[in-house]
Design a protein around this ligand. Structure first.
Ligand code: GLV
Ligand code: MN
Ligand code: MN
Length: 415
């Protein structure tokens, strides 16, 4: 079958994947902690640059730390170039595949095309986009937002992590001087972007296909809820005298579940900070982050408004103050239908008809879809679990992903 990947590309994929696996993996949870501009993230970037240069690719970094590795030796210029790639940072205790699979598949797709003797008419770049997960600075997809022009460089540099460190300071500490004189990569020279990514739900688990095409991404966002009450002694403060923000938060967490069920969306409180975090004290404050997603913007807005209303009444009931701040939002994405048909056609011609899926997961491809025709390939996730160390994909499925990406890129580079 034409998506077949040779044993030498397989060997290279395996060796490079193995060399990435130890970087940033926590020895207790076995999950990844590759937060933007930490030594683990930086080591992943070094890994990428090394393997790109071994292939003779030219690596360029921009002011936001986005990396592009260019395969352009057969072309006169970089106009109408094709972009692939993904991210290397992770959520707290993330899986191995979310992001890196797309980056390594991009490099290995070049190996496949070289073996096939392909001489591209257009340049290809494999990208690594800065801080897709937003685990450190709160805002998701920082690198691709910079590239799409929806985030200003100075705003990104001034973002602060939980310790108050700015992104500019974090970049300097990581040895990557933020250089305002460096331009951001120019997206106008690209004619298409194709991101390969592990599927993050059960969309392919029960089917026959290892690969799917993405149709759409649900609109989604993150809101910070701060409930402030009064710290007091757990053993002496009468229940009726308490102003306990934990009770307001707990009420809202339960209400959010019910509201999401009724609205047909998703609502998650996955991160909570309690002040002062004492076993024998009524807390003074609870900071909780809501992640909300829905099939369309109207449903999302209604869902988010209802949760905020539930938080207001739960706060009033407990004498607690409430602040809600939007930290990150991404509108609904519908991937370019012409590009999708073209990708499906190239795969069909290679003997592989693939299903189509929409997703609730956010991606750099979603952000960049506002700048250029964008498509995505998903690779089957055998556990259906993601943002967890249990995330997993079969070796054969990953290689089929490499073959599918190479097939799609060949069509885009040569036609
Ligand atoms: C990223 O993976 C997200 O969907 O938040
Ligand atoms: Mn992710
Ligand atoms: Mn991802």
């Amino acid at each position: 079958m034409s998506l077949h990947v040779s044993s030498s590309v397989t060997k290279r994929f395996d060796a490079e994947w193995e060399s990435l696996l130890p970087i940033g993996r926590d020895s207790t949870t076995h999950g990844y902690r590759r937060y933007a501009w930490t030594p683990a993230d930086f080591a992943c970037r070094v890994w990428f640059q090394g393997h790109a240069r071994e292939r003779g690719l030219t690596v360029e970094r921009d002011a936001g730390g986005n990396l592009l590795a260019w395969w352009d030796d057969s072309v006169r210029d970089r106009s109408e170039a094709v972009l692939t790639g993904s991210h290397l940072d992770s959520v707290p205790d993330g899986g191995a595949f979310d992001g890196p699979l797309g980056v390594l598949s991009g490099l290995c797709a070049i190996d496949v095309l070289r073996e096939r003797g392909i001489v591209p008419k257009r340049a290809l770049a494999v990208g690594v986009f800065t801080d897709e997960e937003g685990a450190r600075f709160g805002l998701a997809c920082i690198g691709s937002r910079l590239l799409s022009g929806t985030l200003a460089l100075e705003t990104a540099y001034a973002l602060r992590d939980a310790e108050g460190v700015t992104m500019r300071e974090a970049m300097i500490a990581a040895g990557s001087e933020p250089d305002g004189n460096l331009a951001l990569h120019d997206m106008s020279r690209f004619s298409a972007f194709v991101e390969l990514h592990i599927e993050q739900g059960r969309g392919l688990v029960d089917g026959d296909s290892a690969v799917a095409l993405a149709t759409a991404i649900w609109p989604h966002g993150r809101w910070r809820y701060v409930f402030r009450g009064e710290a007091n002694h757990a053993g002496t403060t009468r229940l009726t005298d308490r102003r306990d923000p934990m009770l307001s938060y707990a009420t809202v967490a339960l209400a959010a579940r019910q509201i999401a069920v009724e609205a047909g969306g998703l609502a998650t409180f996955g991160r909570v900070l309690v002040e002062p975090n004492a076993t024998n004290g009524v807390p003074s404050a609870v900071h909780a982050w809501l992640d909300a997603r829905a099939p369309d913007a109207t449903v999302l807005e209604a869902l988010v408004d209802s949760i905020a209303a539930a938080a207001s009444s739960a706060s009033a009931a407990h004498g607690v103050s409430l602040e809600v701040t939007l930290e990150s939002s991404t509108p609904e994405v519908r991937f370019d239908s012409d590009l999708r048909s073209r990708m499906a056609g190239a795969l069909r011609a290679a003997g592989c008809a693939v299903p189509e899926l929409s997703t609730g997961a956010g991606h750099d491809a979603g952000i960049l879809s506002t700048s250029l025709p964008t498509g995505m390939l998903f690779v089957r996730n055998k556990t259906g679990v993601s943002h967890s160390p249990l995330e997993s994909a079969e070796h054969d499925d990953c290689l089929e992903g490499v073959g599918a990406l190479a097939t799609v890129l060949e069509d885009l580079l040569c036609r």
